[in-house]
Write a protein that binds this ligand. Structure first.
Ligand SMILES: [Zn+2]
Length: 323
């Protein structure tokens, strides 16, 4: 990856890019399958240190909703008289830049935080946001994962339980409707997709849809089998989201360029279903994981989708685990 590319991706504030760029710089872009899996190790520490430096870029959408980019997952903010409502918390190290960006949006305090799932790049900031005055809400499985130690096998990382102030005090089971700041927020559980505790958040009047990590815009996604995620659940969730949004809907992905739309989400669905079919066919022929990776089942998509930390071999492994 060239320096120019790295600069462009860094400006987008997608902190995983720094991990990808570093790895590409070291390896020249070519990794053996073993190296690819080794690359996943240490991801968490690298994301944390990247977020400590990354600027926060503000994208103003509509209906008093904005997106903050640059602190882990994309953070949506709804402003209004009930206080700021955040979708996802980002990384604690971004706190001063997050506060500065949010004070530029409105003067109200932060009152509500909704976690799309338990992963650290969406919940690391829970504790400081709770101390600022935010009530935290998440899907009940996400709360369970935050309450106890978790191991994410594919990151080779053990997470300790979250501190009490970081735990959601409210939970969603299947779905929930909230009325805040004169807006209707529809929260919906998407079972066994990116994890077993993903919720999506639709801002009904503004026609904005935050997908959490079910959708990574323009890049191969991570799927967390260790806490109940699956390729088939991810595809099912994307199909359900596509059926519920329109051509004017602004789609906010968990990662990647934060202002997306239905056509781009359809392209993501097509990528997922084609690669799933290719990998499944190879696995049914009795091919091992290494043989399946060597057959390049993602080849048609790598130039567009494979340029980040979840590269072609790593993504093939994630699909192979689930078919
Ligand atoms: Zn995630």
């Amino acid at each position: 990856m060239t320096y120019a590319n790295h600069t462009r991706f860094t400006r987008r504030g997608f902190c995983l890019c720094c991990v990808g760029a570093t790895t590409f710089a070291v390896s020249g872009g070519w990794l053996t399958p073993k190296e690819v899996f080794a690359q996943a190790q240490g991801i968490v520490d690298m994301i944390r240190s990247a977020a400590a430096k990354a600027p926060i870029e503000v994208h103003t959408l509509r209906g008093n909703v904005s997106v903050l980019e640059g602190s882990g997952g994309n953070v949506a903010v709804l402003t209004g008289p009930d206080g700021k409502v955040l979708i996802d918390a980002g990384i604690t190290a971004s706190r001063p830049r997050m506060l500065e960006a949010m004070s530029g949006l409105s003067r109200e305090p932060i009152r509500h935080l909704i976690n799309t799932h338990w992963h650290f790049d969406h919940t690391d900031g829970n504790e400081w946001l709770n101390k600022e005055g935010a009530t935290i809400l998440a899907q009940e499985n996400a709360r369970k994962h935050l309450m106890s130690a978790q191991r994410v096998e594919d990151w080779d990382f053990n997470f300790p339980p979250s501190p009490p102030a970081a735990l959601p005090s409210e939970t969603v089971s299947a779905e929930k409707s909230l009325r805040l700041n004169n807006a209707t927020l529809l929260l919906k559980h998407r079972p066994n997709a990116h994890t077993d505790g993903d919720i999506t958040v639709a801002f009904a009047e503004a026609d904005i849809f935050h997908t959490g990590d079910i959708y990574w815009n323009g890049i191969y996604p991570f799927i967390d089998y260790s806490t109940g995620g699956s390729i088939d659940g991810t595809i099912a969730a994307v199909e359900a989201i596509l059926a519920s949004i329109g051509d004017r809907t602004i789609v906010v992905p968990g990662h990647g360029q934060p202002v997306s739309n239905k056509a781009e989400l359809q392209a993501y669905r097509d990528m997922l279903t084609t690669i799933r079919a290719n990998v499944s066919s190879l696995k049914r022929q009795g091919r091992s994981l290494d043989d399946t990776i060597a057959a390049n089942p993602t080849a048609a998509f790598d130039a567009k989708w494979g340029q980040f930390v979840i590269g072609p071999a790593f993504f093939t492994k994630l699909v192979y685990e689930g078919v």
